[in-house]
Design a protein around this ligand. Sequence first.
Ligand SMILES: C[S@@+](CC[C@H](N)C(=O)[O-])C[C@H]1O[C@@H](n2cnc3c(N)ncnc32)[C@H](O)[C@@H]1O
Length: 363
Amino acid sequence: MVEANLLGIHALGVDINPLTSLLVRAKTELVDNPDFFAEQCLQATKRAREHPPDYNPAIPNHETWFLPQAQEELARIFGYLIINPDELPDEVRDFLLVCASATVRRVCNADPQISKPFVSRKMRERLEAGTVEQRALHIFNRNTRNFLDRKIKYMRTINNLATVWGYYPKSHMFEHSDARTLSEIADNDIDAIITSPPYANAQEYFRSIKLELYWLNLIPNGMLASLDRTLVGTERLPMSECDHPPTFGIPDLDTALGQIYPVDRKRAHIVLRYFQDMRSSIEQCYRVLKPGGYFGLLVGDNVIRKVPVNTHVFLQHIAENIGFNTEHVGYDRIVARSLTPKRHETAGIIEVEWMLIFRKVGF
Ligand SMILES: C[S@@+](CC[C@H](N)C(=O)[O-])C[C@H]1O[C@@H](n2cnc3c(N)ncnc32)[C@H](O)[C@@H]1O
C-alpha cells in the first residue's frame, strides 16, 4: 500500500490478519500538522510511563513469555493506549499501537530468530544469565521516534508528489478481508492485482504474532484457533476429514499428495486444502479484474515430508484453468533470511520465489 501510494496508484488492500489494517493505517494515514502529531506521540510515550500497570490481557502461559518487569512495562503502555481510547486522537493511537506492538517481541522470552514464539536453548541461557531485554518503555520510546522519522519522511514525499500530480492517491485496506471471497470488491473493477499468498506448509501467520495480537486485544479469549481456520491452507483440520487419500485433479499434484498421505495423512490434507483455497482466491481475482487486467503472484515451492511440491507449477495450472493467460514466469533468489520459521526438518527451505504474471483475457 505504501509503494502504491508512492507511485500515485489508488490501491485496495486485502488481508485476513487484523494487525495488517492497523499497520497500513499507521504507515499511510496523512496528518494535517506533522509537528503537532509528533509532539502528541512523544507526549503519549511519557504518559504511558506514568500509567498504572493494570492492563493484563489473558495470554495463555504469560509467565513463559514475559518476566515481571517486561510484563509490567507492557501493561503500562498498552493500558494507556487501550483502556481509555478517547484520550488520544485515532491517528495518534493507531500509530502508537504499532510502535507498542513492535516492542512486544523485543522484550519477551521467545527467540527473535524464530518467527513463531519459542523459548529456545539460547533464550533459556539468556534467561538464566539475566540478559533478556526488559526495558519495554525505553524500546517503545525508541520505536516511536524511529517510526515517526519514517512517517514524517513518507508524508513529506507524498505531499510533494501530490503537488506535481494534482491529486492524492487514495488507498484503502479492508479489515479482516478474505481473499477466498473478496466480498467487498465488484466484478470487473480492478486494473491489476499483486499478491504474495501464503506458501503451502511455510508459515503460521497468527501463531507468529500471537503475543502482539493478545496485547493489542485483537484475539478475544479462545479465538486464536478460529482465526487460524480462516488462513489459506489452514493447519487446523480435524482428523475426521483426513481419512481418505486426497485428490485435487491435477495429475502431478495428485501424485505428490499420494506420496505424502501414507507418511502423514493430515499433512496431505493440509496441502490439498491449500490448493483448494488458492483456487478459490485465484477465481476471485479473475472475477474482480477488468478484462485485460494483470495478475502477479509471488510464491515458493516446497518439499513436504521429503516430497517435492512444485507449488508455482500447480498454481499456474489452476490460473490457466480459470481462464488466465500466462504472460511471464520469472524467479527471484532469496538472499536474506533473517527470520527462520521453526520448521520440521523435512519441510525444506524455500530457495527461490517464483513470480507468475497472468492476464485476464478479453481486451
Ligand atoms: C506471504 S504473506 C504476505 C503479506 C503481505 N502481503 C506482504 O507482502 O508483506 C501472506 C499473507 O496472506 C494472508 N492470508 C492468509 N490467508 C488469507 C485469507 N484467507 N484471506 C486474506 N489474506 C490471507 C496472511 O495473513 C499473510 O499476511
